[in-house]
Design a protein around this ligand. Structure first.
Ligand code: SAM
Length: 211
């Protein structure tokens, strides 16, 4: 089943809906990044010189990274209607754009809770733009994805149920949660060579994808 209007098209037309989505994302992201940046999750961002948070909404993810790692120059890229309403306190730079057309250059591109909103075909398009924006692996280039990897994380029923509930919710907005083999297929098709998955928070994972 295909949606008549995608959530992002609806957000363009309805400012209240747009704000509701973006404020919900800030709440989720502030909590998730707090956990993600502790311990091993933090190592993923340590040593980076710059990062672009693609589809970064109001910038909660990038702000958390910039505060934890002040040497990382952080840019948030999102649609014009989102960037124009984002609270800009000068910690990160906001850029309006379309991730299907181009992504601002940075050493790493972050995609948090973005790719599960899109089909495999669209994910490949987005990842190809990210690949153009980052340097080679030898120069520290990578894409960092924060999303569910179905089947990863602690082997208990609560984690499994949470991942399945996320999948059901994403289906309602034409998205999907993916197992490792589904992610791998997308990465290879987008031209990436290797990846590493690290479960965080039980039900979510950080995936580092290398050119
Ligand atoms: C589920 S939200 C995630 C926001 C943020 N990454 C987070 O985790 O809090 C998806 C974001 O993708 C953005 N988005 C949708 N289509 C886009 C496009 N074509 N180019 C750039 N951003 C887009 C939306 O505006 C929204 O902010």
């Amino acid at each position: 089943m295909e949606l008549v209007t995608s959530p992002w098209d609806l957000a363009k037309e309805d400012g209240r809906y747009s704000r509701a989505i973006n404020e919900a994302c800030v709440t989720d992201t502030s909590f998730v990044m707090d956990v993600a940046l502790r311990g091993l999750g933090g190592d993923v961002f340590r040593g980076l010189t710059s990062l672009v948070d693609v589809g970064g909404g109001y910038g909660a993810g990038a702000v958390a990274i910039a505060k934890a790692f002040p040497d990382v120059k952080c840019t948030v890229m999102d649609l014009q209607q989102v960037v124009s309403e984002a609270p800009d306190d000068g910690v990160v730079q906001f850029v309006a754009g379309d991730m299907f057309e181009s992504v601002p250059p940075a050493q790493a591109a972050l995609l948090k809770n973005v790719l599960d909103c899109w089909s495999d075909e669209d994910c490949v398009k987005i990842l190809r733009q990210c690949k153009k924006a980052i340097p080679t692996r030898d120069d520290g280039g990578k894409v960092i994805i924060i999303n569910v990897v179905v089947g990863y994380g602690p082997k208990n029923i609560a984690v499994k149920e949470t991942q399945v509930l996320y999948d059901m919710f994403m289906m309602s907005v034409d998205g999907t949660e993916r197992e490792e083999h589904e992610w791998r297929k997308i990465f290879l098709e987008a031209g990436f060579g290797d990846y590493r998955i690290m479960p965080i928070l039980g039900y979510q994972s950080i995936i580092e994808v290398f050119p």
